[in-house]
Every structure is written in C-alpha cells, then in structure tokens.
Ligand binder design. Sequence first.
Ligand code: GLN
Length: 322
Amino acid sequence: MSHTSAVARASSPAPPSGSHRFSSVINQIAEEMNTLDDHGTPADYIPMLADADPRRFGMAVAEPDGTVYGVGDWRQPFSTQSISKVFALALALSLDGGQLWQGVGREPSGNPFNSLVQLEYENGIPRNPFINAGALVVTDRLQVLTGDAAGQVRDLLRTESGNAAIDFVPQVAASEAAYGDRNAALAHFMASYGNITLPVPALLAAYFRQCSIEASCADLALAAGFLARGGVRADGAALLSRSQAKQVNAVMLTCGTYDAAGEFAYRVGLPGKSGVGGGIIAIVPGVCTLCVWSPGLDKRGNSVAGVSALDRFTTLTGLSVF
Ligand code: GLN
C-alpha cells in the first residue's frame, strides 16, 4: 500500500499521490523502518525533547522545481536543532564571504558535537562550523552582521519552504538555556581567545533561539533546495555562488554528523546534517534534497532510523556523490 502524499508549492495541481520519481522507494523505506529493532533514544539533555516517541518516522523529498512529497510524519514539525547550523552558515557566507573561515576551520573534529578538548590546543578556533563551538562562532558573526541571527535563519527557512508559520519554540530555547553550561563553557573559552565578538549571554540566547526553530521534513527538504541547485534560491536569485554551495556541501559531508561523519559518508554517501531533534537533511546535488525525522538517537546524536533510511535511499536508487 502506498502512503506517499504530495503538495506542490506553486499553484500547479499536485500530481496524484504515489506518482513521483521516488515515491515507491520512500514508501518501501518507511515500511522497513517500522521493523527496526532499535530506534535509539531521544535526546535527554534537552528536557523538552526527551518525551518524543522514538518510533515516529517521516521522510520528504523535494525536487529542484519545488515539488515536495513524503511519507509518514513528513508534515510534522520537529525541533531543527543543529540542522539550523547549515542555514546559519549559508547566510554568514553569503554576507561575509571567506572572512568567516578566519575564526572557524573546515576539518572533521572526530569528537562529539559538544566537546571542549580540541579548543584549547587549537587556540580557540573550532574545527568546523557544525560542532557546537563552530556554530557559536557562525552565529556570533551572523548576529554582528545582521543584528538578528536567529531571525535571519527563521526567515530563510520561511522563504525557501514557502511556510510562513515556521517559528522559534521559546520553551525549547529556555529548556536548552537551563541546561546550557557546556555551550556556555565553549563560548566563554573561545571569548578568552578573542574569537567571540558578542557578550556570551547574548550569543547563547541567539544560538538557543536558532536551534529551537521547529520545521517539518517537507519544510526542511524545500529549504535546503539551494544546496541542490548550486546556491540558487527558490525564487531564482543566488544565495550562494556555485562554488560556495559546493563548499557547504563538502563541509556537510565531512563534518555534518560529527564523529560519525566517516560512517555516514560510508553508508549514505551524501552531504548531510543531523540535529538532536532527530532530523537529518541530505543533498543529492542537481537531483533532490531529502529530510528524514525520527527522534531516537544513537550515541553520537544522530537519528538511528534517519541514518538507516538515508542509507537505504542511496542503496536502492544508486544515487550518491560517489
Ligand atoms: N542545541 C543543541 C546543542 O547545542 C544542538 C546540538 C545538536 O543538534 N547536535 O547542544
């Protein structure tokens, strides 16, 4: 039985359910995910996320023309968390070009996303923009450039997805702030090296707001479309140059799933970015963007069913960057 449903963002009528290029593949994957033995455990260090049901699963595909379709809970908003870091990075690069790379590197860290250890012997310069320390640097720069980093990320998600209802969830931001000692430690430590411009409390507030944005698989698959279109936004304007889009995809491939990035590249073979809300976006350049959501995580903070579903997608379709 086919579960796929679809919407077309433009005014053109949606084709009948199940008729899209990858409909039958994602229906098959959703059925397979139902039978997984272990769905992992929702993030417990952010209390607002801890109650999610690890068996929930959604998957959406967005094609470069803005058609989006999906299966399961693909329209269910969830906490984007670290997926928001891709959009913050794209905005910072679009506004500030290569300047950003003076304060953050582009190498995999091989360490957990919230690790402190590398920062001291690398003089307060985080390895990459997707571990928390690096994302704090990006949000710091974006806040200085725009005055409202989190608002800019939310607005980019809104325009690219066509969903004006995408917004912050203040309770999630507050819950993260209440358990935010580690992020505060990272920010203070980098500030001691002069690698943070804002007062640390203001930076943390912007970062937690950015991470608290809720969006669905459909929204995020559409919003990441510029990375499958060589930097071109939904309305045809350039957000990034083709070369910058390649750079963001490369950093996603090598760093987007933290200390599991090697395994993710091995299994999935696509640029991807996970968040502890259980979402993962993945890019098939020129072909489509994918977003999966299932709140049960593995030990490295990546969705168990999410990684597995993307693994199956590239295996069944033969599509990957390799
Ligand atoms: N907001 C989370 C944190 O800072 C994001 C981490 C993640 O999604 N990996 O801990």
